[in-house]
Design a protein around this ligand. Sequence first.
Ligand code: F6P
Length: 543
Amino acid sequence: MKNINPTKTEAWKKLEAHYNETKDQSLKSLFENDSERAAKFTTKWEDFYVDFSKNKITEETKSLLIDLANECGLKEAMDAYFGGEAINKTEGRPVLHTALRASKNADIKVDGENVMNEVEEVKAKIKAFSSEVIQGITKGYTGRNFTDIVNIGIGGSDLGPVMVTEALEFYKNHLNVHFVSNVDGDHVHETIKDLNPETTLFVIVSKSFTTQETLTNATTIRNWFMKTAPEDEVSKHFIAVSSNVAKVKEFGIDENNIFPMWDWVGGRFSLWSAVGLSISLAIGYPNFDALLSGAQKMDEHFKETAFENNIPVLAGLLSVWYNNFYKAESEAVIPYSQYLHRLPAYLQQAVMESNGKSTDRNGDKVDYQTGAIIWGEPGTNSQHAFFQLIHQGTKLIPADFIGYKVSLFDDKDHHYKLMANFFAQTEALLQGKTEDEVREELSSKGMSEDEIKELLPFKLFDGDKPTTSFLIDKLTPESLGKLVAMYEHKIFVQGVIWNIFSYDQWGVELGKQLASTILNDMDSKAIENHDSSTSSLLKVFLG
Ligand code: F6P
């Protein structure tokens, strides 16, 4: 992979000049001056219609951003990524979540070995296990069928499975799937309080099997289980997904109940592996497989499509454009589907743990902005919450709008209302409302000139707020796989341009280390070794 400060490239300099020339051109004027604009900036691919036209770009912007991608070696970087090179350099690992959904005939090598056999073996194990639990062939220790599944994991070992299970709830079978992630005991006890140990299966998911939260929760749950069940029945109810087999066995889990994962799959990109076991249990293996196949189609699109029409490439470059030139600090993700309510939270980890870095690939501090802050909630709820700030606040917040042509229950009345809001919001954000329009509206309500004058400034909308619309045929396992893989590749594109390592997460370590020191200090009441604020907090807490 190339190692270049993006701000020193020719393309960056041209983009700076271009930004200064075009920054005052309104989106509205761009549409007024070009009746073909929507068509020019829309990419149609399979069941995706992606409209980039409501972004603050011209054809020149697009072409300069593509020049930037070329100068930063995006194509070579993509070859390294898909080819299994150790692009996660600080951990010395390849980044191959794409192998988890590749065709079984693919030849993807890690240390000279094709990994596809292992991948297929684990898939077969997921398929067999989930089918047997769903069909009631595998039973609990008293011979009763499983009714409930509890996924115990955190971060990437939780967010992907929760997000997908919620997103695909329509496709769910009879199993109730619960997620315990926080080390907050109230989370665990609240989750298990109504569960029957005889009919509950626990899936402990931890790549490292050293994560404090997961091990604490798993231990609490195992103790709760053993209050009613004999100890030797633990093996029928506890299974683990991990790359640390030794630690899993130490915990007391039967070797046959371990689903392996690999160092070359990052936690936040692992839902396609056995980490997705609870997904396969919830929606059945054929649907899990369709999710994977959607992701694989997006992988092919990303690899094979010219940058001009490449959805993740364009999405990643646009994000660089707003982040580094418009100085936008955050990006909103607004799904117009309640099923996708955990997508923003999932993307917060994927995006911010990946690109929240300030050291470049030389080990030097960057002198430009990197990872954007991601946030969001489903529309229309978010319209009644934070849209005020997007419309009339002082910050520029590019937003992705994600919606579907049809709803799953096919309730047209609701769906038309939902999507009318999607289209209206993107239009309102683009157009705004002028002084003349406000004046006309108020005077048609019979207001006097004085009243209009007083209220007018507050009713103005500047508009000119960028959005990208993802209009997808239908929420299916396959289309969800495509959408998630699109964001994964967008993250990759951004990391390449920003010249950072997107696949490590050293920034989470310090807090973990200090928490363990403080826990010891709390036990031994040695609370004076901290700054005065922390010591006082500890004193008040310990009473
Ligand atoms: O938050 C740090 C992190 O390492 C994430 O990257 C990961 O997804 C999460 O913790 C859980 O890790 P593990 O699967 O090893 O328990």
